[in-house]
Design a protein around this ligand. Structure first.
Ligand code: SF4
Length: 732
């Protein structure tokens, strides 16, 4: 008998006789709509991890008559200790925005017209199946996200790859964390950020590279401010960021000279004998070759390349050699580079050679961006097989097939193409169907002019999102309306590997469904395989994720359930069966890394050529980054809040230094045109000394910025190099 006919099956989209609205009236709770979970008291306070950034703060969501009406920061949670940034405090507001997608929408001519769910599901399946029949399985791909819970990511990856037969899917985490992933995998043997937030408070020297936690991760910065050891705080960044202003020293290096800087520092430390020989010999491999390599980076040459003085370099090297607890922290200034993986590893190398690993206040620590980018890295079934496994490993495929009850031959034996490669396949006309889930590449992807032209190549574009108004949703043929954070359940993994629970505290509007139910409905409509029959709620999926993680470095079989996670204040991986989780725990305290021989690797290469140098026609180097703590990525959500809009600029503003502004006759607040070889945008000039002569800065939050950037990727991680290109500035 087909599983679709099973009487006790809790849910089947095909049994719907009428429009979804009739079903919602009769059985709303089955669709994640209508009533809140019955265990919630109407006036309860519910804990939920924040749905913006990867800090993973816990918020107390206060209900009145069964609906969330307000929230406050959880004082006991070990991450945020009663603090939240503006986005967290405003987390409920974007849920009430008028441009929420409340019905499925189907393109009819120039317009997107509302349709019922059964038609939307049939359209999704019919159109994608037809494309696959005509052009092969690989002609349909998906682009996922770091914004939905682990459980939904796993369902998406399983449905797309094991049921639809899709070979290529990637996530927007490619845009922010792929470099850290590649660096850790090569250096440590597994994608394993080693730290705990306690390290912010236990370090004597904190070196932030291409990171601006004051506004990008404000609660992490608050943890730094709680450090009682009077630490030295070093910021390495071409721009005088908010964090650089608050640091004890700022090294304003020339853009893209970071790799030379860190090789030069390694050379100095080796010359001085400031190497933890015992740690290097016991726990690493490749140090001698690295030591020979960095001899090419003598002090004077490094000073000339980086624009720093020899005294600055010597002083920083002395800090690193001090024998005190040194921690290295990086984020997008490193990751979003054409050679980001090697830059990240140059920091890992410094931590390894000085023995700053596995001890309090140490580590080579990548700070993650999105709320569940870390979950995506383990459970999205995109770059690796579910649970940090390898698509190419037959044993791994067997384990996943056994655990999920999937036929072995449905698991791909090759890795997916990366994001940029998927788009190149669209450009080449080989990928004809694209499914975009909870991300907005029509704003965020690099070199927008090129991206926008891709739309014409696609036969069918589906966008699944909370809002029908995003740039990408407006391009879609079919929009599937999704519930957002606060309207569904699941788990996120934060930057320090802490797994926390998000709870449903209000109804999604109209006919919007949680991604969990959308994936279930799509799976049911696709065929009668019953792939998700075993999963009736997100917590069922979580139990499967536990089983998938068994024996992996990210083993979480010791976590019982959501209640266990909530009672413990979140739990960091690993937590294998039989262990009791500690509140804070870093990796590698035992010096055992995840390569088969237990040793970390020194990875290095000579610096690559800068892809696009400035010249007479394009004389300025464009820096990009976060604008304020009130703005989140493409502002899809944060711009919905009046409060957040008041805390950040309302329009695209260009930072230019007084010398350059005077030379070009640009007055403060004057409109300027910023042009690169790929496009142009208008901006308002802000004349500030935060940028150096010859450099300008634009925030990432307005769509114009990515019409300038250039699609260049790091060869190891294939992460785009958002952080620099050549531009020219003209008065309007
Ligand atoms: Fe949310 Fe990040 Fe702000 Fe914490 S720091 S409240 S997780 S956006």
């Amino acid at each position: 008998m087909s599983p679709l006919n099973t009487k006790d099956r809790p849910y089947s989209i095909r049994r719907w006789q009428g429009p979804l609205t009739d079903e919602l009236v009769r059985r709303p709770a089955q669709f994640g709509l209508g009533q809140l979970p019955s265990r919630l008291q109407p006036d309860a306070t519910v804990k939920s991890v924040c749905g913006f950034c990867a800090t993973g703060c816990s918020l107390n969501v206060h209900l009145h008559q069964g609906e969330a009406i307000n929230l406050s920061a959880s004082p006991q949670y070990p991450v945020n200790l009663g603090m939240a940034c503006p986005k967290g405090w405003e987390a409920l507001t974007p849920l009430s925005a008028p441009d929420r997608a409340t019905m499925p929408l189907l393109r009819q001519g120039a317009d997107l017209k509302p349709i019922e769910w059964p038609e939307a599901l049939r359209t999704f399946c019919d159109r994608f199946k037809r494309i696959q029949e005509q052009h092969g399985k690989a002609s349909v791909a998906f682009l996922s996200t770091g914004q939905i819970p682990c459980e939904e990511m796993a369902m998406l990856g399983a449905f797309a790859k094991f049921q639809m037969g899709v070979l290529h899917g990637d996530g927007n985490t490619r845009q922010c964390m792929a470099t850290a992933v590649a660096a850790y995998k090569q250096s440590f043997g597994f994608d394993a950020p080693p730290y705990s937030y306690a390290d912010f408070e236990q370090s004597d020297v904190l070196v932030f590279v291409g990171a601006n936690p004051c506004i990008a991760h404000p609660i992490m910065w608050q943890r730094v401010m709680r450090n009682p050891r009077q630490p030295e705080i070093v910021v390495v960044d071409p721009r005088k960021t908010e964090t650089a202003m608050a640091a004890t020293r700022h090294l304003a290096i020339r853009p893209k000279s970071d790799l030379v800087l860190f090789y030069g520092l390694a050379h100095l430390l080796i010359e001085w004998g400031a190497v933890d020989r015992a740690f290097v010999e016991a726990h690493t491999q490749g140090f001698d070759a690295f030591a020979a390599f960095v001899r090419q980076y003598p002090l004077a040459a490094v000073a000339e390349c980086t624009g720093l003085t020899e005294a600055q370099l010597l002083s920083l090297a002395e800090l690193l050699a001090s024998g005190k607890r040194v921690s290295f922290w990086w984020t997008m200034g490193v990751n979003q580079s054409y050679e980001g993986t090697r830059v990240a590893q140059s920091l890992i190398n410094l931590a390894l050679m000085t023995g700053n690993m596995g001890k309090p206040g140490t580590g080579a620590n990548s700070i993650t961006g999105q709320c569940n980018a870390m979950g995506s890295r383990l459970f999205s079934n995109t770059t690796n097989l579910l649970g940090g496994h390898d698509f190419k490993d037959a044993d791994h495929r067997f384990k996943i097939a056994e655990t999920l009850g999937v036929e072995l031959d449905r698991i791909p034996t090759e890795n997916s193409l990366a994001y940029d490669q998927i788009l190149e396949e669209v450009e080449a006309g080989r990928i004809k169907g694209l499914w975009v889930i909870a991300t907005n590449p029509g704003h965020s992807w690099i070199e927008q002019g090129r991206f926008r032209r891709l739309r014409e190549q696609l036969d069918f574009l589906v966008v699944q999102d909370m809002y029908h108004s995003t740039e990408t949703a407006q391009m879609a043929d079919l929009v599937l309306p999704a519930a957002g954070w606060g309207e569904k359940e699941g788990t996120f993994i934060n930057s320090e590997r802490r797994i926390g629970v998000i709870r449903k505290t209000r109804r999604a509007p109209g006919q919007a469904l949680s991604d969990f139910y959308i994936f279930k409905a799509l799976s049911d409509t696709w065929d009668d395989r019953g792939l998700f029959d075993q999963w009736t709620c997100p917590e069922d999926v979580f139990q499967s994720l536990k089983a998938l993680s068994r024996g992996q470095p990210c083993d979480i079989t010791g976590i019982r359930d959501y209640a266990h996670l909530e009672a413990a204040g979140g739990i960091q991986w690993p937590c294998p069966e039989g262990t009791e989780p500690e509140t804070e725990r870093r990796l590698f305290a035992d010096g055992a890394f995840f390569h088969a021989d237990g040793r970390a690797r020194f990875c290095f290469d000579p610096p690559a050529a800068i892809p696009e140098e400035t010249d007479a026609a394009f004389p300025f180097w464009l820096l990009t980054g976060r604008g304020s703590s009130a703005q989140w990525h493409t502002q899809t959500r944060s711009a919905k809040s009046d409060v957040l809009r008041k805390l950040g600029p309302r329009e695209l503003c260009l930072e230019i230094c007084p010398e350059d502004a005077a030379r070009l006759g640009i007055q403060p607040q004057e409109r300027v045109c910023v042009r690169s070889r790929r496009g142009e945008t208008l901006a308002t000039a802000i004349v500030v000394p935060t940028v150096q002569p010859g450099q300008v800065f634009l925030p990432m939050h307005f769509a114009g910025t990515n019409f300038l950037t250039q699609q260049v990727v790091d060869p190891h991680s294939r992460q785009p190099s958002y952080k620099g290109c050549a531009v020219t500035i003209e008065k309007r």
